[in-house]
Each structure stands twice: as C-alpha cells, then as structure tokens.
Design a protein around this ligand. Structure first.
Ligand code: ADP
Ligand code: ASP
Ligand code: MG
Length: 410
C-alpha cells in the first residue's frame, strides 16, 4: 500500500461540480489500495477577493490579521471536499493547518514551514480515513495563524509528502504539466517530460507560477519527486526530479516572465563604503526581498542604484527607501511599476556560450529595450517595459526552437 499526496489548486476546486470531480479522483486513488492525503487550495479567485478586502479596509493591514483573513479560503474547500467524500461513502476528515499542526515561523504572509506533526494523521490513515488538509496555512509557536505566500498550497503538499515520507506527490492543476513557457501565452509550447529541481527552481522563481518556489526547494531538499498533472484529464504530466544525463543536452528548457516586480531607483547616491548596506539593510529587516540590483559607474563621487522588489511589498519598500535616501543625502527616488522580467532557463547553458547574446539580439530585433540584466549559471533575465512581455516571450520561445513543431522536427 502506497501513501499518495495529491494537491488540487484553485481552478480544480472552483465550484461544486469541480469539487465532485476531485472527490471522484481521490476516491479512485483510495479504491486502488492507497492511503490518501489531499491538500486543497481555496476556490479560484477567493484568495484574491480576500486580499482586496484587506487592502480596502486599510492601507497597511496588520500582518497578523491579514493571515487570519486570507487563510479562510482553504477552510471552505476542505470542508466541502470532505463532505462530498463522506456522502460517497468514504471516511474523510478535514484538517486546518493548526490542527495537524503544520508548524511555521512567524513571518506572516510568507511563513516558512518548520515541522509537520504526523501523529494524528497517521492514526486516521490507519483506520482508513482520507485526510483533507488546508493548503497555504500553518500555525506559529504562539498559536497564530500564518500563511505561506501566494501559491503556497504547493508547498504545503510537498512538505506533507516529505514529512510523511509519501511514495507519490501529485500536484493537480489546470495544465497537464510544466511547459517550455506559459501555455496561455504560447499555445504551441511543449510539455516537458522531466525537469531538474534546479531548473524548476529557476523557472518558479522567475515567474512560472505552476509551482511555488518553496515547494521546489522542499522537494529538492527531501528528494520528493513531484508529478505536475491536470485534474481535467489523465495525461502523464511532468516529473520534477534530480538532474539526469538527458537534461544536460537541452540548451534552453524554458522561457518565463514575471510582471509582479517593481523597479526603484535612487539617484545621486554618494559613492562610498557602507551606502549599499544603509539602503538595503532596512529592506531586509522588513522581510522585503530585493531581486536585481544595478549600480551605475561612479561619476564625480555619485552613482545611481536601481533594484527591483515584489509589487506586493512595493509601497512598503518605497517608504523605507525614501527614508534611507534622506539619511544618506541621496537625490530623487524614482519608481516604475510597469516593468516585466523575461528570462531564459536551462542547465545546458552551463557548457554553452552565446545564449545571452542570442537573447539580446532577439529582443533588439523587435525594438524591445533592455533596462536591466542579470545572469546565473543556468539563466539570463532581462527587465523590459511590461507592455512588451507577451511579444518578448513569444519571440524568445521561437528563437530557441521550443515550440512543438520545432521539437518534433528534431
Ligand atoms: P493552481 O491554482 O492549480 O495552483 P496556478 O494558476 O497556480 O494553478 O498555476 C497553473 C498556471 O501556471 C497555468 O494555468 C499556467 O497559465 C501557468 N504557467 C506559467 N508558466 C507555466 C509553465 N511554464 N508551464 C505550465 N504552466 C505555466
Ligand atoms: N489560495 C492561495 C493563493 O491563491 C494558495 C494557493 O492557491 O496555493 O495564493
Ligand atoms: Mg498555484
């Protein structure tokens, strides 16, 4: 008998009929002789509505209360799914994060899972109960409700699979796997049969929302093989797993985009030791992740610094940066929310040159200006004007021969 963890995302539980569909899939897995733990998200759109309510209530909602509010979406779906399974004659029991408990740190709205207690769940599994766990939420040591960041149910699922040493971890969503780029933008994108943890980590952190970054970090750390598949068909999906020899031969595996960052520039920063620390330390203390940073060449003792932060933290970041800029007697602070980051990702890049220049050339042929660049061993990212995002993704996907027709022709 295997222990199977299945996670169903928002679109898969968007209404009563879809929850029934999920229940049938779960029941089939159980009938096949498996122990089953299901992790569910809120109905699609619900978390967005809750976030909007919080922002309507006040400009800077209390972080603790924000989590109390946004965690409620998942409470609805665990109860409905459990009711449905029970009405079909199965033993099922819902669990909220704090009831398991899924213990996290206290970083509200982006908490990290520290420990999962398996005692109650194991007992229930032993007596044939299907466990239905609320994704996205946990509890800190003081008993406060916490949430894991947007898309966090993926992380709940992988963490549960790692914590309970599950045999299978399946992430069911509205696409049947990880594609070479977002299939909503490029319908001709190709499904990737298997992808390494490192590439998936880059794809996720660069905007491929199909898996939350932390879920991939967890999977890598604990060696959980994650199978991404569709809840609407039975197609084989994508396996996220340890790198193997076949993967190295692919130069570029995917193209991603991220419109969720904003750019902040501080002009006329006095160019002397300690300045970067004065600018960035308060941001890190506020738990704001700074992504790309560019410092211009110094001119007469002054330089300009530009960096990007998540849009969700933008207002908070701007306030902090304006204060720091005053402290160091810098010039104006400028910001731009209409940016996008497009990236190319592939482990094959490690051993090939010319990938970055091909990217720059492709963008320039379309008249797309590059505002910032960053690279790592297995990715190149460019910040561009947000209005060119779709165009950039399409031309890059084409230039690197990733569409179905190109892959088949090889
Ligand atoms: P869920 O609600 O099931 O968690 P998400 O909306 O979080 O689903 O993630 C699935 C979506 O991710 C897809 O509908 C797709 O538009 C988007 N996506 C972005 N990049 C990719 C990619 N490279 N491969 C597959 N899907 C992607
Ligand atoms: N419901 C949460 C969100 O929308 C978590 C998730 O769907 O994974 O971000
Ligand atoms: Mg998701």
């Amino acid at each position: 008998m295997a222990l199977v963890v299945q996670k169903y995302g928002g679109t898969s539980v968007a209404n009563i009929e879809r929850i029934r569909n999920v229940a049938r899939r779960v029941a089939k897995t159980y009938d096949d002789g498996n122990d089953v733990i299901v992790v569910v998200s809120a109905m699609s759109g619900e978390t967005n509505k809750l976030v909007a309510l919080a922002n309507e209530m006040c400009e800077f909602p209390s972080e603790r209360e924000y989590d109390v509010l946004v965690a409620t979406g998942e409470q609805v779906t665990i109860a409905l799914l459990s009711m449905c399974l029970q009405s079909m004659g199965y033993k099922a029991k819902s669990y909220m994060g704090h009831q398991i408990p899924i213990l996290t740190d206290s970083t509200f709205s982006k908490a990290r899972i520290e420990k999962i207690d398996d005692k109650k769940v194991r007992e229930d599994l032993k007596n044939g109960t299907i466990i239905v766990v609320a994704g996205f939420q946990g509890v800190d040591r003081e008993g406060n409700t916490t949430t894991l960041g947007r898309g966090g149910s993926d992380t709940s699922a992988v963490a549960v699979a790692a914590g309970l040493k599950a045999d299978v971890c399946e992430i069911y969503t509205d696409v049947d796997g990880v594609y070479t780029t977002d299939p909503r933008i490029v319908p001709d994108a190709t499904k990737i049969e298997k992808i390494s943890y490192d590439e998936m980590l880059e794809m996720a952190s660069l905007g491929a929302k199909v898996l939350q970054i932390r879920s991939v970090e967890f999977a890598k750390k604990y060696g959980v093989v994650v199978h991404v598949r569709s809840s609407f068909n039975d197609n084989p999906g994508t396996l996220v797993m340890k790198e193997d020899a076949d993967m190295e031969t692919v130069l570029v595996s995917g193209i991603t985009y991220n419109k969720d960052e904003a750019k902040i520039s501080v002009m006329r920063v006095p160019d002397k030791p300690g300045i970067a620390s004065i600018l960035f330390t308060p941001l890190s203390h506020a738990n704001i992740t700074v992504d790309m940073i560019i410092q211009n060449v110094s001119n007469e003792g002054y330089t300009d610094m530009t960096f990007t932060v998540p849009k969700t933290d933008f207002k908070k970041a701007l306030k902090i940066v304006e204060e720091s800029a005053k402290e160091i007697a810098a010039g104006a602070v400028r910001s731009d929310e209409n940016i996008a980051k497009v990236s190319i990702v592939g482990v094959g890049m490690r051993s090939h040159s010319g990938v970055a220049s091909k990217m720059f050339q492709t963008l320039s042929q379309e008249g797309i200006n590059i505002q910032m660049i960053s690279t790592s061993e297995i990715k190149v990212s460019c910040v561009i004007d947000a209005k060119y995002t779709e165009l950039a993704v399409r031309v890059l996907h084409d230039a690197f021969g990733l569409s179905k027709k190109d892959v088949k022709a090889e």
